[in-house]
Design a protein around this ligand. Structure first.
Ligand SMILES: *[C@@H]1O[C@H](CO)[C@@H](O)[C@H](O)[C@H]1NC(C)=O
Ligand SMILES: *[C@@H]1O[C@H](CO)[C@@H](O)[C@H](O)[C@H]1NC(C)=O
Length: 356
């Protein structure tokens, strides 16, 4: 009898305990649910762009905004975007819708022939569009060495680079694939610029070669690595320039030099589509014309039209060609053909005339 009573009491006791536990569990669950509902589902993270002339930025704190989202207000001056000496229209991409393709120019002629396209393109890349009163090949020396490729910048006082160098505010990015000498980079660094060279072939992740001159084991690409692949399984370290700029905390590049062995077309397209081109003051590019380039497709006339359209996009962004060089040391081939009196390699330099 007594034994049964004890067992009964024990049972009701456990049942009560269980019920209590369950209630406590339900309570914490619901309160957590309520809390998560009162917070915005997706948090908008907006970085404040560096202050620049012509743009006023108002940044409201989280608590002041009823929707509890971070909101950024950007007001442009009535004159439109103005680009001071410090150049760069950083973070414009947060305000503009993403673009998926560049605008193709009309065909050069009614027959869509390669001859017409090539004539238009070659004429374009062999004529400068603006005068520069002081060219400097291979860095800041006035001494000219014709055994070197003429990587040329413009130090005319009417453009920002000359002032940026004087103020030691100059930043140079150099993209390459390990086959180049470093004369340009070394001279720019000793002239006062901070120089970052991106080259996937170097031995360690970062090398500090000289004062203001760093090498990084990175290759600039037109897309980021697939996020589904774990980083340690990636054999190469490639990133978009936009990603690198964000990671380095840079918001402008005074000179971008690139010799990307036919990857330049897709990289240039990516810089245009993502608005990164506007953060660049001078662009010094080696172009390769013996074949269409990585991931450039279509028949020959479409390829040349696409190349031309990329340069017209630059022109539309107020980039003016101030230097063009035909490389006679390379095979004189244009899309594998020995015609049009063209070379397979040219070096072209543009200045972003919005940065004056
Ligand atoms: C090349 O392709 C485009 C469209 O893809 C076409 O309009 C053009 O006529 C073609 N050109 C030649 C020369 O075949
Ligand atoms: C070929 O081009 C070069 C300059 O790029 C020029 O000096 C030369 O006269 C041209 N030759 C012909 C046959 O057009």
């Amino acid at each position: 009898m007594l034994w049964r009573e004890v067992r009964l009491r024990w049972r009701t006791g456990t049942l009560r305990l269980l019920a209590l536990c369950l209630a406590a569990l339900l309570c914490t669950h619901f309160s957590a649910e309520l809390k998560s509902k009162s917070l915005p589902q997706t948090r908008l993270i907006v970085k404040v762009p560096p202050k620049e002339p012509g743009v006023e930025v108002y940044h409201r704190r989280l608590e002041e905004v009823p929707s509890k989202r971070q909101v950024i207000y950007v007001r442009r001056s009535s004159k439109g975007a103005s680009y001071g000496r410090h150049g760069g229209n950083a973070r414009r991409d947060t305000l503009q819708p993403a673009r998926w393709h560049i605008d193709l120019q009309p065909w050069a002629g009614p027959s869509h022939s390669l001859e017409e396209e090539a004539a238009r393109f070659l004429h374009y890349i062999t004529k400068s569009q603006i005068t520069c009163s002081r060219f400097v090949a291979n860095g800041l020396t006035d001494h000219y060495d014709d055994t070197l490729k003429p990587w040329t910048v413009c130090l005319d006082n009417k453009f920002s680079l000359a002032h940026q160098i004087k103020d030691k505010q100059c930043c140079v990015y150099s993209l390459g694939l390990g086959e180049e000498d470093n004369i340009f980079e070394l001279n720019m660094a000793s002239g006062g610029c901070e120089v970052h060279r991106f080259d996937p072939s170097i031995a360690s992740a970062h090398i500090h070669e000289a004062e203001r001159f760093w090498h990084h084991r990175l290759s600039v690409d037109w897309r980021d690595p697939n996020p589904a692949i774990a980083p340690h399984r990636l054999h190469s370290n490639t990133k978009k320039l936009k990603t690198i700029l964000n990671e380095f905390g840079h918001w402008k590049i005074d000179v971008l030099k690139a010799d990307m062995e036919s990857a330049e077309w897709k990289i240039l397209e990516n810089l245009i589509l993502e608005g990164i081109i506007e953060q660049i003051g001078q662009l010094v590019l080696e172009i390769h014309l013996h074949w269409p380039g990585f991931e450039v497709s279509g028949n020959d006339s479409s390829v040349v039209r696409y190349w031309y359209s990329l340069f017209k996009e630059l022109e539309h962004k107020d980039f003016k060609l101030f230097y063009t060089y035909k490389d006679f040391s390379k095979p004189q081939l244009f899309l594998k053909k020995e015609v049009f009196n063209a070379s397979s390699g040219y070096i072209l330099s543009w200045v972003n005339t919005r940065w004056t």
